[in-house]
Design a protein around this ligand. Structure first.
Ligand code: FPP
Length: 241
């Protein structure tokens, strides 16, 4: 008797809440920023692994609308890390076939960082191998509020008929309007919270909360999480055949 072949369909879009950088550094008696630097190296490793693993979209939560409450030195350290990351990674991301996008409210970011963000988005705009989206000054509620403002303007100007609004209307105004919804959301470091990340988009996503701190989240850990996803059934509220 032949056994049926088990077909495993992996997630197409993985979103990651990269938590635990601070604890990783503190447990080594080092400054928190060192943990963020180690975290940035993991971003590189995970993005590079995506094409082999069938992941077409990876979205990482780099800085939330709430993160401004951290100390001034941590905030400015993170901002300079983002600038440096874009400058130093641009060429390899381009050569790797990665298309880079940003979501979040750019207005509060400094002009130099915004310029670099525009630069890398334009530079990689023709890449198709993997889509890296970096959430920077991002909050799910803030995104919905900004989207609603744009939608309301279209209603006010007569471009949008309020009676024609369905659950497919708002997503067209979200920062993520060109992305598919995430299939899997991973949060590292043992916290089981979604922290305002992709609130609308994750309505049907699977969640995986793993204990590993982000700077220790290797490609092997990533593969383990992806293989668990393959064994689950997704029903989207319906019935299985
Ligand atoms: C959460 O860990 C992590 C952040 C607020 C920053 C995430 C940033 C990176 C991984 C660096 C670079 C990313 C890119 C895309 C270049 P935490 O500081 O809250 O950790 P803790 O909970 O242990 O304090």
């Amino acid at each position: 008797m032949t056994m049926p072949t088990q077909v495993t369909i992996g997630p197409r879009h993985v979103a990651i809440i990269m938590d635990g950088n601070g604890r990783w550094a503190q447990s080594r008696g080092r400054p928190r920023l060192l943990g963020h630097r180690a975290g940035a190296r993991r971003v590189r490793e995970i993005v590079a692994a995506c094409p082999d693993l069938g992941v077409e979209y990876v979205t990482v939560f780099a800085f939330s609308t709430e993160n401004w409450k951290r100390t001034q030195s941590e905030v400015s350290g993170l901002m300079s890390l983002f600038r440096r990351y874009i400058q130093t990674e641009a060429n390899s991301l381009l050569e790797q076939g990665t298309r880079v996008r940003f979501i979040g409210d750019r207005l509060r970011l400094d002009a130099k960082l915004r310029g670099l963000m525009d630069m890398i988005e334009a530079l990689t705009a023709h890449n198709t191998r993997v889509n890296l989206t970096i959430a920077l000054n991002y909050g799910g509620r803030d995104e919905v509020a900004r989207a609603t403002k744009r939608l309301a303007r279209d209603v006010a100007s007569g471009r949008l008929d309020p009676e024609a609004i369905t659950d497919e209307t708002l997503p067209r105004y979200l920062d993520t309007h060109v992305l598919p919804d995430p299939d899997l959301v991973i949060r590292t470091s043992g916290e089981a919270r979604i922290s305002n990340f992709l609130l609308w988009q994750s309505a049907y996503a699977e969640y995986e909360f793993v204990d590993t701190l982000w700077p220790d989240f290797t490609r092997e850990r990533f593969e383990e999480v992806l293989s668990r996803f393959g064994t689950r059934e997704r029903r989207y509220g319906g019935m299985t055949a």
